[in-house]
Design a protein around this ligand. Structure first.
Ligand code: PRP
Ligand code: MN
Ligand code: MG
Length: 179
């Protein structure tokens, strides 16, 4: 375990088992629909890579980078598109892949944007959810794990761009972010 981590909350094995489950459900849901699977960069990149390997039906991938936090720790409430999609979503069955839902602001803006671009359906799969932190009414269609309101990192989740590469979800030692 890395030195800055206080405790492992979800192990690599638990994450992979959950992703297999999600993949089976999504394979049934999207059979014959050629979904456009959208990764929300950067946090979702590892989940996206593992998840699509567990989905057995034909699909297409695209990537989008958005930021609502900027340099601040508080959301501005405005989602800025850093990198837009390459392809049109019009008429497509879109599946948004997120690592974590916190306030819900990032996703609620993204869903509205894709609906305004005339996607046929917009659904969300998130690996982690912190419902206690929600400020807007938003629920994922598929959720891996519900997390307590602790400062977690790993499996794509960062603190100041660090720890994304940890293969598990860990609680960061408070002295790391309070100093
Ligand atoms: C994090 C996380 C989600 C979002 C969730 O992304 O990856 O995308 O915040 O928070 P919300 O529900 O309050 O909007 P972040 O903006 O830190 O960018 P990153 O993915 O590049 O780390
Ligand atoms: Mn993110
Ligand atoms: Mg982040």
């Amino acid at each position: 375990m890395q030195n800055d981590i206080q405790e492992i909350l979800i192990t690599e094995e638990e994450i992979h088992a959950k992703i297999k489950e999600l993949g089976s459900k999504l394979s049934a849901e999207y059979e014959g629909r050629n979904p456009l699977v959208i990764c929300v960069l950067k946090g979702a990149f590892i989940f996206m890579a593992d998840l699509v390997k567990s989905i057995t039906v034909p699909l297409e991938l695209d990537f989008m980078a958005v930021s609502s936090y900027g340099a601040s720790t508080k959301s501005s409430g405005v989602v800025k598109i850093i990198k837009d999609l390459d392809a049109s979503v019009e008429g497509r069955d879109v599946l948004i892949v997120e690592d974590i839902i916190d306030s819900g602001l990032t996703l609620s803006h993204l869903i509205e944007l894709l609906k305004s671009r005339k996607a046929n359906t917009v659904r969300v799969v998130t690996l982690f959810d912190k419902p206690a932190r929600r400020t807007v009414d938003l629920q994922a269609d598929y959720t891996g794990f519900v997390l307590p309101d602790a400062f977690v990192v790993g499996y794509g989740l960062d603190y100041a761009e660090h720890y994304r590469n940890l293969p598990y979800i860990g609680i960061l030692k408070p002295e790391i972010y309070s100093s």
